[in-house]
Design a binder for this molecule. Structure first.
Ligand code: GAR
Length: 196
């Protein structure tokens, strides 16, 4: 049941959606938070099955709807989001959407920005690049979304040391663990700054 005073959360995902599921589970017993929708740009994404299983409102869209200021933007506005969370979402957010929700869109990136960010740097590609460069550490960055890929103000980072023997898959697993631990509480701290 949606409470009148509940904070409205919207999630965006393009792939498996394990972060979406983790966020949903974190807030499921919290009546102060309402997941108003999961938005997905990929009709083959694993997150779709998760939405069915978890009973979440799912909205699939294409680039035309996203780019149209009278398209997805109006649907998002009608859901009255307090926060829009990109949780494994791979498209650039159009300027008109960023401008409509100033300071209300956040993204998680699976590396320590400004390193290993920008166009084409997502998911396993990031971990492959980190391993190829022989980095001694990696981590996660949660940041506000602006008009440029991965360049908005940083909200939170967490680090993990690398031995140099890890495969990209090992690094991906370490990064996912950091994401599961930190992303939901960071979202909570933005929704309820008075509790921080
Ligand atoms: C996550 O590691 C997230 O940080 C990354 O995609 C993965 C999605 O995993 N996001 C990006 O690379 C954005 N540039 P999930 O679908 O299992 O949540």
């Amino acid at each position: 049941m949606r409470q009148k005073t509940a904070k409205n959360l919207i999630l965006f995902a393009s792939g498996s959606g394990s972060n979406v599921e983790n966020i949903v589970r974190y807030f499921q017993a919290d009546s102060r938070v309402c997941i108003r929708g999961v938005f997905c740009n990929n009709p083959k994404a694993g997150v779709i099955e998760r939405c069915q299983r978890l009973g979440l409102p799912l909205y699939c869209f294409n680039r035309v709807a996203f780019e149209d200021p009278d398209g997805l933007r109006l649907l998002l506005l009608s859901l009255k989001p307090d926060l829009l969370v990109l949780a494994g979402f791979l498209w650039k957010v159009p300027e008109h959407v960023v401008a409509t929700f100033p300071g209300q869109i956040i993204n998680i990136h699976p590396a320590l920005l400004p390193g290993y960010g920008g166009k084409g740097m997502y998911g396993m590609r990031v971990h492959q690049a980190v391993v190829a460069a022989g980095e001694k550490e990696s981590g996660i960055t949660i940041h506000y979304v602006n008009e440029a890929y991965d360049e908005g103000a940083v909200i939170f980072q967490a680090r993990v040391a690398l031995e140099g023997t890890e495969s990209p898959e090992d690094v991906a697993a370490m990064i996912h663990a950091l994401e599961y631990e930190h992303f939901p509480p960071v979202i909570a701290s933005l929704l309820f700054p008075e509790n921080g």
